[in-house]
Each structure stands twice: as C-alpha cells, then as structure tokens.
Ligand binder design. Sequence first.
Ligand code: IMP
Length: 190
Amino acid sequence: MTQAATERRAVGVVRILIEARAIQTRIAELARELDDHYGSDIPLMVGVLNGAVTFMTDLMRAMTIPVVIDFMAVSSYGASTRTSGVVRILKDLSEDVEGRRVLVVEDIVDSGLTLQYLLDVLRRRNPAEIRVVALLKKEKGEAADVQVDQVGFAIPDEFVIGYGLDYAGQYRNLPYVAVLDPSVIDDVEV
Ligand code: IMP
C-alpha cells in the first residue's frame, strides 16, 4: 500500500478488499456474458435498492443490448451487521414481470434470505425467466441454497462496505469494496 493510497482511504476502512479497477474489469466480463445470454431479447433489470444501485448502473452501461430497468426496495439490516431473517418490501416494481426475462441485480448475497424472499415474490408473478447476478457472494457454510447465476467476486465472511454497500447508511459512495474497522461497528440488532 502506497502512502497516497493510504491517504485516499475513508475513515473506518481497515483493508481494501477489491480495488475500483478490478470491479470494473469484472463487470465488463459479466456484461459480455449477459449480452450473449439475452441476444436480441430485452431483459427487465431489477435492481435491489439501495445497495445494488452502483453495481446496476455500471453493469447496464457495460452491456450493449437494450435493457429496461426497475427497482425494488426491501428491508435491510438498519444499523446492525447481521440479518434478522425478516424481509419486507418497502418499494415494489413499477413494471409488470409476467412473461418477461427478469434479471435480478444484487449487491451481495450473505445468508441468501433476502434474495430467496425476493425470488419467491417474483416467481409468483410468472416471469418467462429469472436470472440473478450478484456482485459479491460471501463464502459461508450456512448460506441458504438460493439461485445465483453469476457472481462477481466470492469474498470471505466479513462485513464489507463501499461500492453501494453501507454500514448505518454510510460508505456507499466508496469506489472500492473494503472491510470496516470493527471498532466502528455498533452492532445493535434491529
Ligand atoms: P442476506 O439476506 O443475509 O443475504 O443479506 C442481503 C443484504 O444484506 C444485502 O443486499 C445487503 O444489503 C446486506 N448485507 C449483507 N452483507 C453485507 C455486508 O457485508 N455489508 C453491507 N451490507 C451487507
């Protein structure tokens, strides 16, 4: 780590896990695979707010096929770093998914409970196809057996921030993915 790189780090960041350039390189690969997968069809990209916004906007611009976008918001951890397992829809889609090829864009799959819930909701609306792309997937034993078709990076089971991911609403604007200093974490269950 150079002095300049150290100075660029946000307060609370202990280790940069994935540099900004590596994220963009991987996104270009994922986008090429998606272009090939959909061919002349127009997928409905469903971004999961708020965390997937950064990934979604970079991913869709790296794709060359036409896409339609929409967003859903589900309850998140709040100020905790562990999932409660209780998922609520805070904002639903504007688009009808029936008969369409839906691409769910997620920031991170941790326990997989959020994604599992979301996929159950979407499947009941009879899409022609559901595909899931997640930027990050934590390597952990107890994760739900949930559908994820493309993963940007498999990461260790640590709490990460940046590139859309937050802790207590902060750090989403960092261009890299980093590990948060445990001393910053006030781990209150919500
Ligand atoms: P899951 O239901 O446990 O898979 O968690 C999914 C959601 O929790 C993600 O969409 C994120 O919003 C959030 N999340 C999980 N792990 C992290 C993390 O390490 N940092 C920040 N947010 C996370």
